[in-house]
Design a protein around this ligand. Structure first.
Ligand code: HEC
Length: 214
């Protein structure tokens, strides 16, 4: 064995040994995440069945007070939206219009999603500062502003999940990508090159016949 190849083998041996060692002990950084560390991040709520909603209650009346203090400066006292801040009320029945008003009341399909969103993100400058009862109260007030809860209502996980949002059936589930809709031919398939038999753009006369001048 030449000197060169024995040096090479020695290097390979060292590399293999260190790779095996790395596999055994990892890189020595980080540690397994604990349930307690995951908990503050694991706050998603399923809109459809309210899974993940915490215990707690909140009334429309309490929600109005909190909303006026913490939300109205941007979203307007009645959810009408201040200036260019988003409106949180109204718009029901406008989704088919040329200028639809998409609000939580007119557009969002599931009421528990409002809880998830508010608890996670609002107020804008202090997200996740509301506790669960405060969030229930504010969400109750928002639903009241959208005529989806009476003024004396108290909201909890069960009653929030039971609310049917006006646009619940307005979303169509399905894969929108055109390339996956075609069924694959499995037998008696056409052989040979494919020829284009119709050209919509040409028959509509929208295909330019001459190259534009540069
Ligand atoms: C400083 C201004 C500000 C304050 C105060 C504020 N928000 Fe917002 N809010 C926003 C902005 C901006 C958005 C849009 C964020 C985006 O689309 O990413 C928003 C979006 C929302 C939405 C979603 C609207 C939609 O149709 O998509 C809800 C619900 C909401 N806020 C509720 C609240 C509540 C409840 C409070 C009080 C606890 C609050 N906000 C306080 C600025 C604010």
């Amino acid at each position: 064995m030449s000197r060169f190849s024995s040096v090479l083998l020695a290097i390979l041996g060292v590399l293999a040994a260190s790779a095996a060692a790395a596999q055994q002990v990892g890189y020595g950084i980080g540690h397994k995440i604990t349930d307690a560390q995951i908990a503050p991040w694991n706050i998603d709520i399923s809109g459809e069945d309210g899974k993940g909603l915490p215990p707690g209650t909140g009334s429309v009346a309490d929600g109005e007070k909190l909303y006026v203090q913490q939300c109205a400066s941007c979203h307007g006292e009645f959810g009408e939206g201040n200036g260019r801040w988003p409106e949180l009320m109204g718009g029901q029945g406008t989704l088919r219009h040329e200028d639809p008003r998409k609000t939580i009341g007119s557009f969002w399909p599931w009421a528990p999603t409002i809880f998830d969103y508010v608890r996670r993100t609002m107020p804008f400058a202090a997200p996740q500062s509301l506790d669960d009862n405060e969030t229930y109260a504010i969400v109750a007030y928002l639903l009241h502003l959208n005529d989806l809860l009476p003024a004396d209502a108290v909201l909890d996980a069960k009653s929030l999940t039971a609310i049917k949002m006006p646009n619940r059936d307005g979303f169509i589930a399905g894969d929108p990508r055109p390339d996956v809709r075609a069924e694959q031919c499995m037998k008696d398939c056409r052989k040979g090159p494919v020829t284009v038999t119709s050209d919509q753009a040409k028959s509509l006369g929208v295909t330019p016949t001459q190259r534009p001048k540069d």
